[in-house]
Structures are given as C-alpha cells and as structure tokens.
Design a binder for this molecule. Structure first.
Ligand code: CTP
Ligand code: MG
Length: 230
C-alpha cells in the first residue's frame, strides 16, 4: 500500500531548551530529524516524504539531507506559526492525492514499520486512523477542588502518525480554518466532522522528544535497540 508521509519539523523546540530547533539535536551522532526520516526511508510503502520546515532553516536542513543521501524523494515545504498551519502547508505540497497521507511529528523517531503498515491498511478501509496507547495513569478532571476520575479503560494517549485519505484530511483542515478551530492533533479535525477514526494500538516506545529529560530516555532506547541489533 503506497502512502505519502508529511513529517513536521517547523517548530522551535522551546521546551527542549537546546538553544536551537530540537530537530537538529544529535542522538548518537545523528540529528533527531534524520532518525525520523530514516524510518520512512526504510519503508518501501512510503512513496514520498513532504518535510515541513522553518524557511530560515532551509539551507541547514538541505545540507543535512545531502549528507545522508536518501533514496526516497523528499520535498521541502515551509511551515507556519502553529503545528496545524504547518500540516496544512504540507498537505498543499502533496503530489499524489490518491494515496493515503501520514502526518508525523519529526520529534518521534521510534515509530515501528509494522505499525506504519497497520495504519496504511486501516486507512484504506476507514479513511482515518491513528496510533495510540492506553493511558496508564489515573486521570482526574479538576474544576477547582472538585475532582472527578475519568474511566481509564476508555482513555487513549494519541500519537503520530495519524493517517487519512487525502480528500478527507484536506477537507477537515479547510473546515477547521474556516471555523477558526485549532485542534491539538489532526484526528480531532476529522472527529469534529462527525467522522470515525480508527485506533491502532501502538507502542509506548513511540515517544515524542519534548523536554531535556526525553533526550536521556531516547538515548537509552537507542542503545537498547543497537544492542539487540548486535
Ligand atoms: N511543528 C511544526 N510547526 C509548528 C509547530 C510544531 O512543524 N509551527 C512540529 C515540530 O517541529 C514537532 C511537531 O510539530 O516535530 C510536534 O510539536 P512539538 O513537540 O510541540 O515541537 P515544537 O513546537 O518544536 O516544540 P515546543 O512546543 O516545545 O516549542
Ligand atoms: Mg509545539
């Protein structure tokens, strides 16, 4: 099943406090964004990557890509102020509008190919799918000192990739823009259209690098992986 991947790298990485966009952070001598792109590069189902970047980082990103000589076509596109703006710009740059489109955070380098393939299959059938994991914490809803405890068995932590038929996610973004609605992920824009989104259970390893503590976690995960690979 062929698909297009939109990989988002146009943020600032403020919470990582690295003094630069966290996408350029070195993990085991390789920048974070290269780890993430490599997953899609290795997946034969991925036909094209749209890499959404900050216009000001175009040269540095291009030289990174040149140094790693990817086989998959990588199309660079300028992002926007918020993540949702960046996704919308990415969508407009997709060349094949007949195959599913995956939307993925550049800051999630550990997504597994088997999960990409499950997503692709579900997207062919249901038009919208996402990776998620069951919530392990007890989640309280707080209104002042009045607490309620949510039923954990119904709670899922959303990850990326989130995958869609191209026309559906384009329409979801257009409708959100018209309504001035900003969601925290792409699936929420489809949900507000009243459409179902299929949940594919992913892995707790598919973390997003957000804070400095996450860097240590990522390095430990990488050394674990390298040991297993021998
Ligand atoms: N992103 C993007 N365009 C934006 C904002 C975010 O492409 N305007 C991307 C980031 O580069 C990241 C992903 O969306 O890969 C998830 O966002 P997040 O983890 O919040 O990254 P940043 O926005 O870069 O970090 P922060 O919020 O700490 O500044
Ligand atoms: Mg952000």
């Amino acid at each position: 099943i062929d698909y297009t991947a939109i990989v988002l790298a146009a943020g600032q990485g403020k919470r990582m406090k690295a003094g630069k966009n966290k996408q350029f952070l070195l993990l085991d001598d390789k920048p974070l964004i290269i780890h993430t792109l490599s997953v899609f590069e290795k997946d034969e189902w991925c036909r094209e990557i749209v890499l959404v970047i900050n216009e000001r980082e175009k040269e540095s990103m291009q030289s990174l890509l040149d140094a790693h000589s990817f086989k998959t076509v990588i199309r660079l596109t300028a992002g926007g102020k918020e993540r949702q703006d960046s996704v919308y710009q990415g969508l407009k740059s997709v060349s094949n509008k007949t195959i599913p489109v995956f939307i993925h955070d550049g800051a999630r380098p550990f997504v597994e190919q088997s999960h990409l393939h499950e997503l692709a299959k579900e997207t062919m059938e249901h038009e919208a799918a996402l990776l998620a994991v069951p919530v392990t914490d007890t989640i309280k809803q707080r209104h002042g000192n009045k607490l309620t405890t949510l039923d954990r068995t119904t709670l899922w932590a959303a990850q990326t990739p989130q995958s869609f038929s191209y026309p559906l996610i384009l329409e979801a973004h257009e409708q959100a823009e018209q309504a001035g609605y900003t969601g925290t992920d792409d699936a929420s824009l489809v949900e507000r259209m009243g459409r179902d989104v299929k949940v594919v259970q992913g892995s707790y390893d598919n973390m997003k690098l957000t804070t400095p503590e996450d860097k240590a976690k990522a390095l430990s995960h990488l050394s674990h992986k390298n040991n297993k690979a021998g």
